[in-house]
Design a protein around this ligand. Structure first.
Ligand SMILES: NC(=O)c1ccc[n+]([C@@H]2O[C@H](COP(=O)([O-])OP(=O)(O)OC[C@H]3O[C@@H](n4cnc5c(N)ncnc54)[C@H](OP(=O)(O)O)[C@@H]3O)[C@@H](O)[C@H]2O)c1
Length: 259
């Protein structure tokens, strides 16, 4: 259902961006990035955004839905297209953080829901300029991130192929499909932790060629590029966005940290 206490405007043009999971974290930063471009933004999440300023923006509209419930979600997606126009950009930034069993949850929230939403919305993309789908992934699609469960890794690995599969299937409809694979990223919700942990930040400075962690705004910039006409011939790619850390050999890294 739409979140009631927000101002809405009839804004139907070819810039409509639908962000799945845009109330917090990187998704929230992406909403801000798209709003700077003057785009109409629709956001789906289970809960409304935390602050009124987000709710009040006249170009955004928030819809409360659990994306793992297609029977309830699909009528909402239809309503979003009816109210706000065909989709130009569809971006997935949801993250499973449930209490339940992580294997089922990760696959259901990250993989099955993404597939269902793309299948449902692919006939609803703008035709002229073409559309763009971006799936935010993680370096856990390629390497093992010890603190994350197996389901997170399996889901992220599946998304790499999902990007390539849909790039081929949807290319003839002029819909481009790409992924973004960040490492740990500083977002509003985590910035205090990192800024108050100078020892950890010193380690990151040594390890990452660019000398620091990236921010949610920097990931949003990459997504915005993938959604722009500047990326009009780019599809099926999973972009690593990691300040260069994956380029370093592991043994060399061990020696570097010893110094
Ligand atoms: N943060 C990092 O450092 C980092 C690093 C590498 C990769 N990533 C990846 O980047 C993406 C975004 O991560 P994040 O840290 O920004 O996530 P986040 O802060 O946890 O935000 C997740 C968003 O997804 C929504 N969501 C979760 N489950 C949902 C459901 N069942 N139905 C509808 N909406 C749902 C959340 O709202 P509700 O809870 O209200 O539904 C929220 O808006 C994820 O794919 C993550 O794996 C993050």
């Amino acid at each position: 259902m739409p979140v009631e206490n927000c101002r809405t405007v009839a804004f139907m043009d070819e810039s409509h961006a639908l962000i799945i999971g845009g109330t917090r974290g990187m998704g929230r930063s992406l909403v801000g990035r798209f709003l700077k471009e003057g785009r109409a933004v629709s956001v789906v999440a289970r809960r409304p955004p935390a602050d009124q300023e987000q709710l009040d923006h006249q170009l955004t509209r928030y819809w409360q839905a659990d994306i793992t419930q297609p029977g309830l979600l699909n009528p909402i997606l239809s309503e979003i297209v009816r109210d706000r126009g065909k989709v130009q950009s569809l971006v997935f930034l949801q993250r499973y953080r449930g209490e339940g069993e992580a294997w089922e949850g990760e696959l259901s929230v990250s993989v099955t829901a993404t597939k269902n939403i793309i299948d449902f919305l692919s006939p609803e993309f703008v035709e002229g300029p073409g559309g763009s789908v971006v799936i935010v992934n993680s370096n856990a699609s390629e390497v093992i991130v010890d603190e994350q469960p197996l389901g997170y890794h399996a889901a992220k690995a599946a998304l790499l192929q999902l990007v390539r599969y849909y790039a081929v299937k949807l290319g003839p409809r002029n819909i481009r499909v790409n992924g973004v694979c960040p490492i740990t990223t500083i977002k509003l919700e985590s910035q205090d932790y990192y800024l108050n942990n100078p020892d950890l930040m010193r380690l990151y400075k040594k390890m990452i060629p660019l000398g620091r962690l990236g921010t949610a705004e920097e990931i949003a910039n990459v997504i915005a590029f993938l959604c722009s006409k500047e990326a009009s011939f780019l599809t099926g790619q999973n972009l690593t966005v990691d300040g260069g850390i994956s380029l370093r050999g592991h043994e060399a890294l061990a020696r570097l940290l010893k110094t």
